[in-house]
Design a protein around this ligand. Structure first.
Ligand code: ACM
Ligand code: ZN
Length: 526
């Protein structure tokens, strides 16, 4: 059975369910939204009428696909489901709507691949193998991050990605909305953020070693209505959207719009090249904090979820070292140094956001003995030693290790097998702390991702490996099996209009890998 992610328990039984125009859908009233979802999805490719009944009759009812939201007592875990396919009927049970939704995604993968087509074709025999599946996720955080700062990404591409995330049971979309090279969200109180900060004159192309530029301006931002449209689309797919406003670094676009928020206060452009910039928000000026708080006030109205991301990575301290405001803050607050000033900065934002009922995430550079223990760390770089000590103190961590799940590298640097091999729980961590690992998230940074073709080549198939790592129990993971299932699923991706990297190129080995190493800087399509 070509199911990804691999379910926890799968029993194959005799026989097939025949999905025909005689089939109907039933659900209890609580599960109606999922019944409607299934109806719409299945009608599109089969053309069958699929009437819905909002009562569930006897357990043995024939010719129905039934969705049942049951109470806690049913021995099913959150987001988990039980899927029973018999020759005469299909039953999906869960204790939450997400579980029913995921049960349906599994059913979808058991149907012939043409179920992904956009219109009915007559000649398909829709047979589904009889199985009993009991399934639930290993981790509650199964994420994908998209950087829309370096290259603005159209809403259609984001929705296409959210569709894929749903198919593979991923549930967190981390929306990296601000960068040095572009501010991408409308903030009514600060119109220059988008009037100035969402535009740049040019863009470096060809990779880190190149000196070439595209020779064209680049711009784009999402209105608040568009943000709500994306959040709504994700919600229908049980995906929470986590907004990120980068601070104090990666903030050149904001400083181009409002230069007084920097230490120097001088006018500067939205940069056309990539990297780490010295100009960051001034930690000594009160205006910086009132600005960021006002930005978050508008933002929090658009994202109805608990988690908010405040960045915190790659923050050079050069400007803070020579800024009278920042130095005065260090003295006033009795801080050790500029590193401690960053913790002050992060804690202050943390306190503000916590007062609004939010939980805060930051990249692992924010981890510091004085950081509030409730702040969640996103582990992208550095060894496990420090991370383990934080986990032992009770801190929650999301795993995004650069060497394995960063989707912006090519397949020479990060072959699919290396991504698949990620084990999120660091070895040496005692089992009582394992639950402090919330899960896994794969970022796509878009310095060199100017279009959909490149986007899909970078993301697929590695994101599918990440989805399996995040969902499937460790002992049920197997790379050989994954490759077989993946090869089958490629036909579906094609029907969905996704163009992944070719299977034969995603696991370069030995000499071929080394021969291609020198071209890493050019990011070749291997
Ligand atoms: C990062 O990649 N700078 C979080
Ligand atoms: Zn300053």
């Amino acid at each position: 059975m070509n199911i990804i992610p691999m379910p926890a328990i799968l029993t194959e039984n005799e026989g097939k369910f025949h999905f025909t125009d005689q089939i109907a859908i039933s659900s209890n009233p609580e599960a109606k939204s999922i019944a409607l979802w299934a109806q719409k999805f299945l009608q599109k490719s089969s053309g069958f009428p699929l009437p819905i009944e909002n009562t569930v009759k006897e357990d043995s009812e024939e010719n129905y696909i039934t969705f049942l939201l049951v109470s806690n007592s049913a021995n099913i875990k959150p987001e988990g489901y039980k899927l029973r396919i018999e020759p005469s009927r299909i039953l999906i049970q869960a204790i939450d709507l997400a579980g029913l939704f995921y049960g349906f995604q599994t059913l979808r993968q058991l149907l012939p691949k043409e179920i992904e087509q956009n219109e009915p074709k007559n000649d398909i025999k829709w047979k589904i193998p009889c199985v009993l599946i009991e399934d639930s996720p290993r981790f509650s955080w199964r994420g994908f991050m998209l950087d829309v700062g370096r290259h603005f990404q159209p809403i259609a591409q984001i929705k296409k990605m959210l569709d894929q995330m749903a198919l593979f049971k991923m549930n967190r979309f981390h929306f990296h909305l601000t960068e040095d090279q572009g501010w991408r969200i409308q903030i009514n109180k600060y119109p220059k953020l988008t009037e100035i900060g969402s535009k740049r004159n040019d863009t470096k192309i060809g990779g880190w070693l190149s000196k070439q530029y595209r020779g064209q301006p680049h711009e784009g931002f999402y209105t608040q209505d568009e943000i709500q449209e994306i959040v709504g689309y994700a919600k229908e797919r049980f995906i929470e959207v986590i907004p990120e406003i980068e601070l104090p670094g990666h903030s050149r676009a904001a400083l181009a719009a409002y230069p007084h928020l920097g230490c120097l206060g001088t006018q500067m452009e939205v940069p056309s090249k990539f990297g780490i910039f010295h100009d960051i928000y001034c930690a000594g000026k009160e205006e910086t904090f009132s600005f960021l708080q006002n930005v978050f006030d508008e933002l929090l109205n658009l994202f109805p979820y608990t988690y908010v991301h405040i960045g915190g990575d790659e923050t050079p301290k050069k400007r803070w070292k020579s800024c009278p405001h920042c130095q005065q803050r260090i003295v006033e607050k009795n801080l050790d140094d500029e590193k401690d000033l960053q913790t002050y900065f992060v804690n202050r934002m943390f306190n503000y956001l916590t007062s609004k009922g939010k939980k805060v995430i930051g990249w692992n550079e924010i981890l510091h003995p004085n950081l509030n223990p409730e702040a969640v760390g996103q582990w992208w770089i550095g060894g496990k030693k420090k991370i383990i000590s934080h986990l032992r103190q009770g801190r929650k961590i999301i795993v995004s290790k650069l060497t394995q799940v960063y989707l912006d590298y090519n397949y020479v640097m990060t072959p699919l097998r290396k991504t698949y091999a990620l084990e999120p729980i660091p070895s040496g961590l005692e089992s009582k702390y394992h639950s402090n690992i919330l899960g896994v998230e794969a970022p796509l940074w878009t310095e060199w991702v100017p279009n959909n073709t490149r986007f899909e080549w970078q993301v697929f198939p590695r994101i599918i490996a990440v989805a399996e790592t995040a969902w499937t129990q460790k002992e049920n993971k197997n790379f050989q099996s994954f490759m077989t299932r993946l090869t089958a699923i490629y036909q579906r991706l094609s029907l969905m209009g996704i163009k992944p990297a070719t299977i034969k190129n995603v696991n370069p080995k030995g000499i071929k890998r080394f021969l291609k190493m020198p071209s890493i800087g050019k990011w070749p399509l291997v």
